[in-house]
Design a protein around this ligand. Structure first.
Ligand SMILES: Cc1cc2nc3c(=O)[nH]c(=O)nc-3n(C[C@H](O)[C@H](O)[C@H](O)COP(=O)(O)OP(=O)(O)OC[C@H]3O[C@@H](n4cnc5c(N)ncnc54)[C@H](O)[C@@H]3O)c2cc1C
Length: 400
């Protein structure tokens, strides 16, 4: 397990070489940079001289955003490579990995539109973000069905609205402090209330450049973990975008949001599996060095049970995210109850495994140098993105 490059049976040459590239990048570049950014002042962590920018450049130069692979490989190969890379990047640093994944979202939405003019304007070299959550509507926004939180349906229950005026959309309001990459993004996939005159309370997905007049941002928030992922509020004051930037309107919106949450579950599962693997490897190595009771703690049965439990949870987590990603290719209409299992179960694996690693380290776990306390903070922080697990399970229950 600690040597992922015992090549797994069934990987093609391309899959293996991409996995190997991602692993080297995660080990040599991401992990040290993530640890540095974790300890930086949040105001300086994304300044021009921050390590973030060099790491981001290398990520793009290595083609790890996979933009160039689209259309070049089959959807199944793409999905397998996506999972392999996400696990390696999550192993390197979940915060940086989360930032790189969120960055692609507007380009992905433009691609979903199938409209060349949008694909030209919103591409993989930009830093993107997803503006869904609002200060007064977190779980409400994840609820694509509006069956769990029906009271959140009314127009007054929105903090952000796009109003159609002829061939323009005028956007007012704000998105919450949790917008991943919000502090640095060039472009946003804005999911918000949409008023077209007839329907005042629809929802729409709109592509928005973030350098337009009327847009401002909050501070990079200081978080428990994932500090290499810059989050901030974004404010809109009479911001104008062309109507053609509206990608999906009220009719398609619930279906599209459900599809995005389902499609995102596999990669989120892979990131969490990678993070759990990082904690397991640190604990395994430590257990062989640390001597107590006259021998390495690895020889104590309770420690070996913990390590085996961690290993088994990671193995199950990997099998699950791969299954979900594969099923999503065969059946894009896959039920949310199936696909969201990768989000909830792999998140819980990361929380459980970092907790067990913490116990294996004993007192040494609490210091930064152990590496464990950061992984524990990262796992906890990452668990809420794409919906707190109760909300995800409530939505999954609608498919049962
Ligand atoms: C690290 C991180 C990254 C994020 N990145 C993004 C991003 O890029 N873009 C974005 O838009 N958002 C992002 N988010 C926001 C995230 O999606 C929300 O935090 C999440 O959906 C929960 O919303 P909330 O924080 O407002 O919690 P709340 O909705 O206030 O929920 C609080 C608690 O109440 C429960 N609850 C709420 N409503 C119900 C209900 N109807 N029935 C039963 N229980 C309920 C929840 O399960 C939870 O336990 C991110 C969050 C984090 C922490």
């Amino acid at each position: 397990m600690s040597d992922v490059f015992e090549r797994q049976p069934g990987l093609s040459d391309l899959e293996f070489s991409m996995q190997e590239t991602a692993h080297r990048f995660a080990k040599d570049i991401m992990r040290p940079a993530g640890q540095t950014i974790d300890r930086m002042d949040p105001e300086l962590a994304f300044a021009k001289d921050s390590p973030y920018w060099a790491v981001r450049k290398q990520f793009c130069d290595l083609g790890l955003h996979l933009g160039e692979l689209i259309g070049e490989v089959t959807p199944m190969e793409y999905s397998r490579i996506n999972g392999l890379i996400a696990e390696e990047l999550g192993w390197g640093d979940y915060g940086l990995a989360g930032s790189f994944f969120a960055a692609s979202f507007p380009a992905y939405l433009a691609m979903m539109s199938g409209r060349p003019e949008l694909m030209e304007k919103f591409h993989y070299n930009q830093i993107g973000c997803w503006g869904l959550t609002e200060p007064n509507h977190g779980s409400d926004q994840i609820d694509y069905s509006q069956a769990i939180s029906p009271h959140a349906r009314g127009g007054e229950a929105s903090d952000c609205v796009a109003v159609r005026k002829g061939d323009k959309l005028i956007i007012n309001g704000q998105k919450s402090a949790w917008i991943s990459n919000g502090y640095i993004a060039d472009v946003m996939s804005l999911f918000c209330r949409y008023d077209d005159g007839d329907n005042k309370n629809g929802r729409a997905a709109i592509l928005v450049p973030l350098d337009l007049p009327g847009i401002s941002r909050g501070k990079n928030i200081y978080k428990l973990g994932l500090r290499a992922l810059p989050d901030s509020e974004i404010f809109f004051d009479d911001v104008e975008v062309p109507f053609e930037n509206l990608v999906f309107g009220p009719e398609q919106y619930p279906h599209v949001l459900r599809g995005i949450l389902s499609g995102g579950s596999g990669p989120v599962g892979a990131l969490n599996t990678g993070l759990a693997r990082a904690a397991y490897e640190l604990a395994l190595n430590y257990s062989k060095d640390r001597v107590q009771g006259g021998e390495p703690i690895f020889n104590h049965k309770n420690i070996r049970i913990k390590l085996a439990t961690m290993f088994q949870k990671i193995t199950a987590s990997r099998a699950l995210y791969r299954h979900v990603m594969e099923q999503n290719v065969y059946n894009p209409e896959l039920s949310y109850s199936v696909s969201s299992a990768a989000k909830t179960m792999c998140v819980e694996t990361a929380i459980d495994v970092t907790g067990l690693a913490f116990e294996v380290f004993g007192g040494a776990a609490v210091v930064f140098e152990s590496g464990i306390e950061k992984l524990l903070r990262d796992a906890r922080t990452g668990s809420i993105g794409e919906g707190q697990n109760d909300m995800v399970r409530l939505l999954a229950s609608l498919d049962l």
